[in-house]
Design a protein around this ligand. Structure first.
Ligand SMILES: Nc1ncnc2c1ncn2[C@@H]1O[C@H](COP(=O)(O)OP(=O)(O)OP(=O)(O)O)[C@@H](O)[C@H]1O
Length: 701
């Protein structure tokens, strides 16, 4: 499982680097944060370990593609080989996006292999000036080798889905065989790899017509790395067809050898035709809204060429179709560009409705009222996108909210004012949504009003009582609580500051729980009583849709996270089961970047050291002078200004928030893990676990 694929409680512990759509895996590969928690567990119990054996031989250096084979789930989806095949297709699409080539031909061979041929520039075959090996060989055998890092003018690729220089090396590492043919400079070259190693070194195999350029790659995935060796053809078709939609004019074809079927896609009017086809005969409230806009050379906020193209249709009923892309990469979990679309649509409809006095007294329009019936295809172009993980299913770049919302709002403003009748229909439908929402919230309130315990004095509640939208942040410490109170959106976000460490409640009887003030307050604030996992539980009193644990990004913070997760897992299991518990991820670093040329000064936030390194690499690549930026490390949430906390941790559009679940390990394994980590009588088990895994701890001194 890829680290960013699912959100999970870690059989006892929590938390992967993830934002609102990530999970973390318990027994797979515990990534960075889990290590921190492991370390803090040591702290919790004050376990005195005999010095574990730790000498020179303990340090292993994984070479070449070995890390990929050791932990394939960190680099790709391992349910089937489609994702490693898509890496090859994405590279062909990046060539077309850069303006080279007009055709991508894909063949699914009868033996399970797949070949992709493009007519782009062809991967360079000469020797790399520093690495002393043919470039095409390096591309497939070295992680972080690629032509897409350099986003400055004159770089080989400005906009590309490819970014990390990792994609096809992963494909190669997980394949029994991979063959490459390159046509370039009137020559044909070939080379082949077996299990990631060069098998047939690069050689010239012939000549080619001067005009013939491009690359063909054929890959035989190694079934041992995947749950199933079968390529899901429907998903492959969907991905190829979407490339054709987004690259209007480019011809994309798929040949399936087994059935002899050949399919071909080419869309002259891109997104509109595609969305129309996907919606079938669903009745639309107003004609489709489509548009595109990209920054010009004189734009002060965005780089030339950044922007988006979209088609949006509001339908009367039925399910909605939503697809978004960034530089042609499908972002199935959405992200900041989708948030921008939502924001842009909402602001335009709201200001139109206000201007025409359409909003009845007492009705408050919210973004979701406008968005609920919207189907869309959104294709954003972002110069140096930050994705979540190597599988890129969610866009994290914060600027993309502003980029897309600005362009969408302007365009929709114009459209609405030019078509007043249609615009009124759209606004009225959003108002009906808002009224329906308000009615259902009132119902919830009535049910709750009898016999409610007095809410804790420390709780700063939100205004809305619509339990489908509200959130509560359980915040470590009063000072962080203060920033959170100032930074929140008081409409739907509540804050409950917790004093000190919460009790380790793993072995506390349910009847004794309320003896602890913090636990009492949490239970009353959320409106649910402690319960057992197999008992019938009434969640109708639940006052918040999301219960977010927010603690410092340090060892102490991880400790508090573990204690709260213990509480929820043991005493409020239904909340985890039904997906109401989340872990918020505040950043650890802030980078202040001075103004450069037309680009104003910016602040960039990084979750951890890895992200900080990546951001600095990017700044160097952008030509920002070394040491002109300054880095500050947040000591705690209390140090952040309200605005920073909102921007990085609380704003639903830009924050990172992980849903917590038991994940693949399942409840039983998670119980065992908690028992081992939190049980009083388990010190010997804990000790051996720490001896085995203690070296993973990231010691935060
Ligand atoms: N079909 C192709 N045509 C031209 N160049 C290619 C092609 N395939 C790969 N390359 C070159 O190989 C490099 C490495 O590709 P790889 O897939 O490993 O990483 P990437 O696309 O740069 O980034 P990511 O890891 O995000 O996919 C690319 O940056 C590009 O320069």
């Amino acid at each position: 499982m890829p680290i960013s694929d699912k959100h999970t409680i870690v059989g006892g512990v929590c938390a992967l680097p993830v934002n609102s759509d990530q999970h973390f895996s318990p027994f797979g590969t515990p990534p960075r944060d889990i290590r921190k928690i492991e370390f803090s567990i040591h702290g919790i119990f004050g376990v005195n370990l005999a010095t574990p054996r730790y000498d020179e031989a303990s340090i292993r250096v994984l070479k070449g593609l070995e890390p990929v084979r050791q932990r394939p789930g960190m680099y790709t989806r391992t349910d089937n080989p489609l994702h490693i095949m898509q890496e090859v297709i994405d590279n062909a699409a990046d060539e077309a996006l850069a303006g080279y080539g007009s055709q991508i031909s894909v063949t699914l061979h009868a033996d399970g292999s797949l070949s992709v041929e493009d007519d782009g520039r062809g991967i360079p075959v000469g020797m790399h000036p520093e690495e002393k090996a043919p470039v095409v060989e390096i591309v497939y055998t070295r992680l972080h080798a690629g032509g897409k890092f350099d986003k400055k003018a004159g770089g080989a690729y400005a906009f590309s889905g490819g970014l990390h220089g990792v994609g096809v090396s992963v494909t190669n590492a997980l394949s029994t065989r991979l063959e490459v043919t390159v046509w370039r400079d009137a020559q044909e070259h070939q080379l082949a790899f077996a299990n990631g190693e060069v098998l047939e070194p690069l050689r010239q195999t012939g000549t080619a017509a001067r005009k013939k350029t491009g690359t063909r790659v054929r890959v035989w995935p190694d079934p041992k790395y995947f749950d199933s060796a079968v390529v899901p053809v429907a998903d492959l078709v969907h991905s190829l067809r979407s490339k054709a939609v987004l690259l209007s004019g480019i011809k994309v074809s798929l040949t399936v050898e087994k059935t002899g079927e050949v399919r071909q896609w080419q869309y002259a009017d891109g997104l509109r035709g595609y969305l129309d086809e996907a919606l079938g005969d669903a009745e639309k409230i107003v004609p489709m809204f489509e548009g595109r806009q990209y920054a010009g050379a004189d734009d002060e906020s965005f780089s030339e060429g950044e922007g988006a193209q979209w088609a949006v249709a509001w339908t009367v009923d039925g399910s909605v179709v939503r697809e978004s892309y960034v530089n042609l990469i499908s972002t199935t979990a959405g992200g900041t560009h989708e948030a921008g679309l939502r924001e842009g649509l909402f602001s335009a409809v709201k200001s139109f409705a206000e201007l025409h006095g359409l909003i009845p007294k007492g009705v408050k329009l919210l973004p979701d009222d406008v968005f609920a019936r919207a189907s869309f295809v959104l294709s954003a172009k972002v110069l140096d996108p930050q994705f979540q993980g190597q599988i890129k299913e969610r866009l994290n770049s914060r600027d993309a909210v502003r980029l897309v919302s600005g362009y969408v709002k302007n365009a929709l403003d114009l459209t609405l004012h030019a078509n007043v009748d249609a615009a009124k229909k759209l606004a009225e439908s959003a108002i009906r949504q808002a009224q329906a929402r308000a009615r259902s919230a009132q119902k919830v309130e009535k049910r709750k009003s009898s016999g409610v315990a007095v809410l804790p004095g420390k709780l700063t509640d939100c205004e809305s009582s619509d339990a489908t939208r509200t959130e509560v942040f359980l915040v470590e410490g009063d000072s962080a609580g203060g920033s959170a109170k100032m930074g929140r959106d008081k409409e739907f976000q509540a804050v409950l500051p917790l004093r000190g460490k919460v009790l380790n409640s793993w072995e506390v009887e349910r009847d004794r729980l309320f003896a602890n003030n913090e636990i009492h307050d949490i239970s009353v604030a959320i409106g649910v009583d402690p319960h057992e996992s197999n008992s019938a539980v009434d969640l109708s009193g639940l006052r918040y849709n999301r219960i977010c644990i927010l603690s410092d990004a340090d060892v102490d913070g991880s400790h508090i996270q573990v204690l709260l997760l213990t509480l929820f897992f043991k005493h409020f299991p239904k909340l985890i089961e039904t997906g109401h518990v989340y872990v918020a991820r505040p950043p650890l670093f802030r980078v202040d970047v001075p103004a450069l040329g037309k680009r104003p000064a910016r602040k960039v936030y990084c979750l951890d050291q890895g992200e900080l390194n990546a951001v600095q690499d990017k700044l160097r690549a952008e030509g920002v002078r070394e040491s002109s930026w300054s880095i500050s490390r947040f000591k705690g949430l209390g140090e952040m200004s309200a605005e920073q906390l909102w921007d990085t941790t609380m704003n639903p559009d830009t924050r990172r928030l992980m849903p917590v679940s038991c994940g693949e390990a399942g409840v039983e394994a998670t119980v065992r893990m908690f028992d081992m980590l939190m049980g009083k009588g388990e010190s010997s088990q804990r000790r051996s676990w720490l001896e085995e895994k203690g070296n993973l701890a990231e010691v935060d001194i």
